[in-house]
Design a protein around this ligand. Structure first.
Ligand SMILES: C[C@H](O)[C@H](O)[C@H]1CNC2=NC(N)=NC(=O)C2=N1
Length: 102
């Protein structure tokens, strides 16, 4: 699970992750929640997923907007763990009626 993905693998898998984009050795997203409590609930849900995966995002929380940066520090770039965590974060966002790519 922790080998570096090729550029083509990243590009192809980002097609299934609306709102996520590549930024160097990371993938990033901005999520707009309906309100601040919903934004924090998304962070809490993602934290549970991250802990279960032992793979943790960088998160910036400002009112309703959370910004996420995923990269695999141990591998020095993008691995399947980042893609999987992005899917789980996106699902948590959808569950709160949030929009990705705001
Ligand atoms: C020791 C512990 O398993 C490692 O440091 C885990 C923790 N969470 C992690 N999170 C991320 N994003 N990248 C890692 O390489 C990583 N490694």
């Amino acid at each position: 699970m922790s080998r570096l993905l090729t550029d083509d693998e990243v590009t192809r898998q980002l097609a299934d992750l609306p709102g996520w984009a590549r930024e160097g050795d990371a993938i990033v997203a901005s999520i707009e929640a309906p309100d601040f409590p919903a934004a924090v609930r998304i962070v809490v849900a993602a934290a549970d997923e991250a802990e279960q995966m032992n793979h943790h995002p960088d998160i910036d929380i400002r009112w309703r907007t959370t910004r996420w940066l995923l990269s695999t520090h141990d591998a020095g770039g993008l691995t399947q763990l980042d893609i999987e965590l992005a899917h789980r974060i996106s699902a948590a966002a959808r569950a709160e009626g949030a929009e990705l790519g705001g």
